[in-house]
Design a protein around this ligand. Sequence first.
Ligand SMILES: Nc1ncnc2c1ncn2[C@@H]1O[C@H](COP(=O)(O)OP(=O)(O)OP(=O)(O)O)[C@@H](O)[C@H]1O
Ligand SMILES: [Mg+2]
Length: 232
Amino acid sequence: MALLDVADIHSFYGKSHVLEGVSLQVGEGELVTLLGRNGAGKTTTLKSVTGVVRPRSGSVRFAGAETVGREIHEIARAGIALVPEHRGIFALLTVEENLRIAVRDGWWKLSDVYDLFPRLYERRRNGGNALSGGEQQMLSIARALLNNPRLLLLDEPTEGLAPVIVDEIVRVLVDIKRTGMSVLLVEQNLAVCEKLADRHYVLEQGRIVYSGSAAEFAADRSVRDRYLALDG
Ligand SMILES: Nc1ncnc2c1ncn2[C@@H]1O[C@H](COP(=O)(O)OP(=O)(O)OP(=O)(O)O)[C@@H](O)[C@H]1O
Ligand SMILES: [Mg+2]
C-alpha cells in the first residue's frame, strides 16, 4: 500500500474545474516529482492533499485513511507537511523563533536542521524579513522537517533561486531522502528532478498525462518535448 494514494480527484475553484481526475501515489521512502507547465494544476494537487482545497470527488488516502473531508490541521497532524510556494515564514519572528514554533516530537530536532542548514544557525537571531530568498526557502524546509511529517510536500522549492542555492537545496533534499522520508516534489527545474526522483508524473490541464520511473523518463526524450516547456 502506498503511503499517499490520490485516486481520481476532481477539484474546483468555484465553477472552474481544475483537477479532472488526478491519480498518483507516493510510496514509503519514495521521492516522486510532479511536473507540468504553469497552470497545469500542480499547486492545486498539493492543496487537495493538504485539505486547503477539498476535492469534490475522488479520494486521498494517507497511510490507509481517507483525508478528504477532514480539517487541514487534522491532516497535518496525521503527518503531512507542506513547503508552500511562497514559503510561509513569519517575517517578524527570528529564524530560531520560526523554527521553535514548528517543533513537534520526533526524529528531527532543532540541532538537526541546523546541521542540515549551517546558514540558518548563523542567521538564527535574524528576523525572517532579513533573509535572502534562498535562506527563506531553507527556513521553510527546516520548519516542515521540525513538524516531523511522514510525507513532505514541496511546491517549487528552487524557483527564482540562484544556481548555487539550487545546488544547496538539492544537496539537502538528497540528505532528507536518505533519512527515509517520503517526498512529493513539485518542480519545474528538470535537472533538479532528475537528480532526485525515483519516479515522475506529468500533469497537463488537470490530468496526469505521463508517469514513469526515473530511468524510463530519462530514456524517453519525447515526454519533455510534448508536455514540458522546459529545458534540460
Ligand atoms: N484560488 C484560485 N481561484 C481560481 N482559480 C485558481 C486559483 N488558484 C489557481 N487557479 C487556477 O487553477 C489552475 C491551476 O492552478 P495551479 O496553481 O494549481 O497551477 P500550477 O501547476 O501550480 O501552476 P504554476 O506552475 O504557475 O504554479 C490555473 O488555471 C489557475 O489559474
Ligand atoms: Mg503552482
